[in-house]
Design a protein around this ligand. Structure first.
Ligand code: ATP
Ligand code: ATP
Ligand code: MG
Ligand code: MG
Lengths: 256, 256
């Protein structure tokens, strides 16, 4: 039974896509079978692993709106053991089309159900909003990992996000838990990063991941080559950090 | 008649709020009368200028949904000549509540109409999405300024954003124009920034602003003190860049 991890935060630009791609790729490097699902109409997770969006005829939109079998839509990923359920701009229409549909919150869960025996991890990249696409991801997920930037606005939206997770847990997915809060773009040279880390670990001692992702320009270069960091620059500090995160995530499941 | 500038980009974390706050504050420093409107339920523009969201009973939500007179809701800004129409989490409900309302796209325009003689500039901060809150902002605006990060994913969503601007222009706001594309978080040390700048200036030669905003940690520290950069650290490279941008925006209007 796959663990389904939704990468969520309505604050923009906090490293959701970078975490979805690199956590997936590093878990595949550890020998796990991983599916990455792109639930953001921007499609950064799709293009960030080198899939040309113009080459895609069917995507996750067809699974949640058209009831397509996801196996028809899944593509090979950038690394052995990782596959991708891509998105295109069609997905932008889903938010509106789902609004009046029956069981609108659980369409993705129904779509992923037949895949849960095929993978050990399913990682879902979400858009920077708490609309129906993110709600669908939380309803399908067994857990959510929340990246936050080591910057001032980081803590502002967390309370609201936690509230949304609780509402999804109460109404559609009682098993949902928060697997962790991940500090990203941490810059050792600035007091701001250190201050934010101190505050996050104080507020959420048990939820804050041990691993911290540093600000590293190689991480922002890698998507231009369609490669996860572990392929683009395996010995960089970004690659080491995401490998560490992958081990931490895999271990946390084994402890139960 | 105020120029109304919507700061838009559905890509998250590109510097929309930082631009809305600092462009407004710098234009006020140049002696213009400016209103900043926070149309993002996250309310970063509101908290970034030191307004405690817990202290707010009425906000822009009441103007667009309840038809409140905006003058009752407007607060003094952080600097002489700048005022703020704040937002709270109530605004998150507006996206859904507006969906079935009559003239749902033009509620903000109607709300701001009585203010157009009170200010020379009205600057609107938008959320990272192209939903009804951003559509309302584009429908109310005379122009839109589009911040883009000097990073790989920067150009991906622009075509889609331009399409949305054209659709708003065709259906609800024929006077809307794109006043410019602004490069933000530019890091002189990386090739990535230089490559993105070259590509943006090649694709959009007439739209790309002369001013480029550098990556500068002082810019990300300032909101923690509720101050625009021009008050927090007036001689920093972030303050100089936003003053330059303010002059460029003011001059572009004077040329017509
Ligand atoms: N640790 C890091 N160091 C340096 N740059 C990073 C890091 N993580 C992400 N980036 C870059 O920062 C930008 C934002 O990251 P990303 O797109 O992953 O965030 P996001 O939360 O998915 O954004 P959105 O809210 O638009 O979906 C990207 O250009 C990315 O390449
Ligand atoms: N030029 C800059 N140099 C350094 N940091 C910056 C700069 N501009 C913005 N930041 C920081 O980067 C983060 C993202 O910026 P900001 O919140 O303004 O983007 P946004 O587009 O409004 O995000 P959202 O999509 O969530 O609304 C913030 O923590 C901000 O302080
Ligand atoms: Mg993303
Ligand atoms: Mg913002």
């Amino acid at each position: 039974m796959a663990r389904i991890i939704a990468i969520t935060n309505q604050k923009g630009g906090v490293g959701k896509t970078t975490t979805a791609i690199n956590l997936s790729a590093c878990m595949a490097t550890l020998g796990r079978k991983v599916l990455m699902v792109d639930m953001d109409p921007q499609g950064n997770a799709t293009s960030g692993v080198g899939i040309e969006r113009a080459d895609i005829s069917e995507c996750v939109y067809d699974v949640i709106i058209g009831g397509f079998d996801p196996r028809r839509v899944i593509r090979p990923g950038p690394i052995e053991g990782m596959e991708v359920l891509p998105s295109t701009l069609d997905l932008a229409a889903a938010e509106i089309e789902l609004a009046s549909e029956i069981s609108r919150e659980t369409r993705l869960r129904a779509g992923l159900e037949p895949l849960r025996e095929d993978y050990e991890y399913i990682v879902i990249d979400c858009p920077p909003a708490l609309g129906l696409l993110t709600i669908n991801s939380l309803a399908a997920a067994s857990e959510t990992l929340i990246p936050i930037q080591s910057e001032y606005y980081a803590l502002e939206g967390l309370v609201y996000l936690f509230g949304t997770v609780q509402r999804v847990k109460r109404h559609v997915n009682s098993g949902l838990k928060i697997s962790g809060v991940l500090l990203t773009m941490f810059d050792v040279r600035t007091n701001l990063s250190k201050d934010v880390e101190k505050e996050v670990r104080r507020e959420y001692p048990r939820l804050t991941m041990r691993t911290v992702i540093p600000r590293a320009v190689r991480l922002s270069e890698a998507p231009a080559y369609g490669k996860p960091i572990i392929l683009y620059e395996p010995s960089s500090k970004g690659a080491l950090a995401y490998m560490e995160l992958a081990k931490e995530v895999v271990q946390s499941g084994e402890e139960g």
